[in-house]
Ligand binder design. Structure first.
Ligand SMILES: Cc1cc2nc3c(=O)[nH]c(=O)nc-3n(C[C@H](O)[C@H](O)[C@H](O)COP(=O)(O)O)c2cc1C
Length: 185
């Protein structure tokens, strides 16, 4: 697929088939991520790939955390939270390394990891997969970070939910760049 087609066609697709994705395909997505620009070539991104029962562990951690915050939640709400990572056969959690040297910068590291996320989304589009970048309170929760093997102060910038498209959805209209752009000639 042409790069511009992938950029324009990419849109959030939350509803995907439950069919598992072959490892080769997942590695293609991760390899696309690793092509992102990153200052000082430090590759500040970290990926945790959750498939199959691995997603259940995340769901359990999410539900337990939800319950700890809201002890009175109904059983259905607890179960709904537990099921969330099962919405797609593949969930890639993306986190960012903290700067370890004075020359490194937190914003730069986050920027590089976000570029890696976008590479994954564009690659998924080119491979006819549906994908959505999710965050929410879960992404800021130290207990969830711990489950994934990240430090509490490490930014967890997204959960990329990916699977085969169930039914095509239209690309949303996007506003022009014009009102966000100043030209200095
Ligand atoms: C950092 C970030 C966090 C996001 N978090 C969520 C989320 O928690 N839930 C969700 O449904 N979409 C989430 N999205 C997707 C956006 O809502 C979506 O990209 C936006 O509505 C534009 O739609 P499009 O992706 O179809 O172009 C997130 C996107 C980004 C970049």
């Amino acid at each position: 697929m042409d790069i511009f087609t992938a950029i324009y066609e990419r849109h959030s697709i939350g509803k995907v088939k439950p069919d598992p994705l072959p490892r080769e395909l997942i590695e293609k997505l991760l390899s696309a991520a690793a092509q992102a620009p990153n200052h000082f070539k430090i590759r500040p991104w970290r990926f945790v790939v959750l498939t199959g029962k691995g997603r259940e562990g995340l769901g359990n951690a999410m539900a337990a955390s939800f319950k700890a915050k809201f002890p009175d939640i109904a059983a259905e709400a607890f179960e709904k939270e537990r099921q969330k990572p099962l919405r797609a056969p593949l969930v890639i959690a993306v986190a960012v390394d903290k700067p370890t040297e004075p020359k490194m910068d937190e914003v730069e590291n986050i920027s590089a990891a976000a570029a890696a996320c976008q590479n994954i989304l564009l690659a998924a589009t080119a491979l006819d997969l549906g994908a959505v970048w999710r965050t929410g309170d879960t992404a800021r929760d130290p207990e969830i970070k711990k489950f994934l093997g990240f430090a509490p102060d490490q930014h967890l910038i997204g959960f990329l939910y990916i699977g085969y498209i169930e039914s095509p959805s239209p690309v949303p209209e996007r506003p022009s760049f014009a009102d966000r752009t100043v030209w200095i000639d």
